[in-house]
Design a protein around this ligand. Structure first.
Ligand code: UDP
Length: 245
């Protein structure tokens, strides 16, 4: 049985990034289809509010704590999670594994220019990784071109960088069409790898203030961060009532 911690109805995998990458490495070796969601408080709140999104996240094999808010909540509820397991770091770890084992990847998402830069960057930093295919993130969902290409090329790893909730919805809608693959939505990670968006400097990350840095750099994000106080309130309610929903 998987060791998980339930926060507001979402079961988070209880492992460090290193342990989690080892787990995924096993799935890759055995060619087991696996769906990973890296969830921050915004995603937890979206799961609670949107039944369609909830149904998709429930299909995931693993939900990781991508956000200091989730780690803090786990501590407050007396079932601590060891650390954040972010989309970007899991993505980089998986690329490293793919580089060691010669796995193939499919990249779906971001603006075409960002995507091309991401492909070049991966080819430079991880030369043994095979690029099965790549497609920008502004496509017609009714067009079968992308799933057909994935069926044909059978990549080991499929990364969707379409933002929340599209990246998980796309996986939920399409993964049944494929025989294998580790599927994971990774938000703006292509933009970071391509150098189009900077991650917060280490100091901000260490102080758990990455969210504040992002808000400063992209003020238009303020609306989505409104879910944070709501999340905190619900966690406190869970603690008080002891109900795990
Ligand atoms: N994106 C995309 N298709 C869309 C909307 C967004 O490929 O229809 C890409 C966008 O270019 C960016 C990534 O999704 O590379 C993440 O976007 P955002 O910052 O909104 O995601 P979040 O922070 O919610 O993960």
């Amino acid at each position: 049985m998987k060791n998980t911690v339930r926060i507001l109805g979402v079961d988070f995998v209880n492992s460090t990034l290193f342990e989690f990458l080892n787990t995924l490495s096993g799935h890759l070796e055995r060619e087991e289809k696996t769906f990973v969601v890296t969830a921050n408080p915004e995603i937890v709140m979206k799961v609670r509010e949107d039944a369609n999104y909830r149904a998709v996240v429930e299909k995931a094999n693993y939900v990781t704590a991508d956000g200091i808010g989730v780690v803090k909540a786990a501590g407050l509820l007396g079932r601590p999670l060891p650390e954040r397991v972010t989309g970007f770091e899991t993505f980089m770890g998986l690329l490293q594994i793919a580089n060691e084992k010669g796995y193939s990847i499919y990249l779906l998402g971001a603006q075409d220019e960002v995507l091309q830069k991401t492909v070049t960057e991966i080819m430079t930093q991880f030369p043994n990784v095979k690029i099965a295919g790549a497609h920008h993130g502004f496509f017609d969902w009714n067009d079968d071109h992308i799933p057909n290409e994935i069926q044909r090329t059978k990549p080991d790893l499929i990364f969707t960088a379409l933002g929340v909730p599209r990246q998980e919805l796309w996986i939920g809608q399409n993964m049944d069409k494929f025989e294998k693959g580790v599927f994971m939505g990774i938000g703006g990670s292509f933009d970071v790898l391509a150098g189009a968006v900077q991650r917060a400097p280490e100091f901000w990350q260490k102080m758990n203030l990455e969210w504040a840095y992002r808000l400063m750099k992209q003020p238009s994000r303020w609306k989505r961060q409104l879910s944070l106080p709501h999340f905190a309130l619900k966690v406190i309610q869970q603690k008080v009532t002891g109900k795990h929903e």
